[in-house]
Design a protein around this ligand. Structure first.
Ligand code: UD1
Length: 420
């Protein structure tokens, strides 16, 4: 177990180059199962979730090489259809492997992922989508068994645009017989990236990035070489690090459209943001402005994965901001820790809270409650007076590559120590 020690007060500024998105690489790694060939993937972030997915792929017979930021996955020999429960427990999103497994094999078994800290996270929509495609599903003793008889294209209506359910449906439909149409599909950039990756292997998917995705099943997929999109959430987190400490940040590579839901809120907070040819520049505001209402929403709305970090920024604003979390039911666990650091936050209901800006935050010993909540505490520590200790940082390392080194290179006084 490790912790961060941060001495607040330094400006976070300079140039930033961020590797691929966590939420893209995980489904893309799952998609390699569909390919009876080699997949070469560049711009892979060095985060612990990627290592868990490597272990899953190796456990079913894939050969995986990971050097620098390149993954080479050879899925020609898959010798098991069962995913060990231990992996699903470590990483809930390993459930997206299900669609790819049943696209490739006649049978797969995976443990039910259950809830996690931020919410109950059911998978009813994933299972409904697979059933529509002709997969027979048996649920018993916490396991899901999928049997493929005739994997056939179908019309899938998602009641809610779930990211994971859309991904599982795309993965299973890529090699189905005939055409699939997914209505009310999730529109997140990572869905588009998954479809582009699959199309580079020879799949026929159109409409990804919109709420209607069409997939014409193909028989075989081919060797592929692909670059993952930059991580909009990691970039947004560093932008807030600069915004809250009065810095200027130049990000080398971003996809402008992907950043807009985040940039829109940062502009309201008073930040100056200019898109450059391939990147962007952020200048912190003189005084952080309160944003009346921050409501999380599926893309292109404001992402739930940035809610905690933006809340940290609002703790130092010039007024009152209301946060309304509509995606996950338990995503305010960072509030209690921010309050320990001097923030003024009041819960109105389970998923609404009110943040009143204060003059300054102070140091404390705090605990990362989850991945993004942990990042929000590090952001607070960068500007807090004194020395802050942040424990349980394994949550943060699931999704941020080299977090402390990148922040240190940008000016932070941060070290990572082994916890006693
Ligand atoms: C993905 C992201 C996560 C992000 C989230 C929302 C990955 C690896 N993770 O998670 O970082 O915060 O999208 O943008 O990409 N739901 C159901 N039934 C289902 C599926 C989902 O009720 O079958 C509910 C969930 O409980 C949640 C909401 O739908 O309340 C959104 O979940 P979903 O979009 O599926 O998120 P994930 O794919 O789990």
């Amino acid at each position: 177990m490790c912790k961060y020690i941060v001495n607040g007060g330094n400006k976070i500024e300079g140039r930033l180059n961020i590797r691929g998105a966590k939420n893209s690489i995980l489904p893309i790694m799952a998609a390699t199962i569909l390919n009876e060939n080699k997949s070469i993937i560049h711009n892979v972030p060095n985060i612990s979730d990627v290592y868990i997915m490597i272990k899953i792929l190796e456990s079913i017979g894939c050969r995986v090489d990971y050097e620098d930021d390149t993954l080479i996955i050879d899925s020609s020999n898959i010798n098991s259809g069962e995913i060990d429960e231990v992996y699903v427990r470590q990483m809930r999103s390993s459930i997206i492997i299900m669609g790819a497994m049943i696209g490739r094999l006649d049978y797969t078994k995976i443990s039910y992922p259950g809830g996690c800290a931020i919410g109950s996270r059911p998978i009813d929509l994933h299972l409904k989508a697979l059933k529509e495609l002709g997969i027979k599903i048996e649920e018993e003793n916490g396991y899901i068994k999928c049997f493929k008889d005739n994997l056939k294209g179908a019309i899938i209506n998602l009641e809610f645009p779930s990211v994971g359910a859309t991904e599982n449906a795309i993965l299973a439909a890529a090699k189905a017989n005939g055409r699939t149409i997914i209505y009310n599909a999730a529109r997140e950039p990572e869905i588009e990236d998954l479809a582009k990756f699959l199309n580079s292997m020879g799949a026929k998917i159109s409409g990804a990035g919109t709420s209607c995705i069409e997939i014409e099943g193909v028989k075989r997929l081919n060797e592929v070489e692909y670059d993952v999109i930059p991580d909009r959430i990691a970039i947004g987190t560093y932008m807030i690090a600069s915004a809250i400490t009065g810095g200027t940040l130049e990000v080398d590579k971003v996809v402008h459209d992907h950043m807009e839901p985040i940039c829109d809120k940062l502009r309201l907070a008073g930040c100056y943001i200019k898109y450059t040819k391939e990147g962007l520049i952020l200048k912190a505001p003189e005084k952080i402005k309160a944003i009346d209402l921050v409501k999380t929403h599926p893309h292109p709305g404001f992402p739930t994965d940035m809610q905690a970090q933006l809340m940290t920024l609002m703790t130092l604003s010039d007024g009152v901001s209301v946060f309304y979390e509509t995606i996950f039911e338990n995503r305010f666990m960072h509030c209690a820790e921010l309050i320990r650091m001097g923030a003024n936050i009041k819960h109105i209901t389970e998923n609404i809270c009110m943040v009143k800006g204060v003059e300054k935050l102070h140091s404390a010993s705090v605990k990362s409650p989850d991945l993004r909540g942990g990042a929000s505490l590090v952001l607070a520590s960068l500007v807090a007076e004194g020395k802050t200790e942040i424990s349980d940082i394994y949550h943060i390392e699931r999704g941020y590559e080299n977090f402390e080194n990148i922040l240190r290179n940008l000016g932070a006084d941060i070290v990572k120590l082994k916890d006693k």
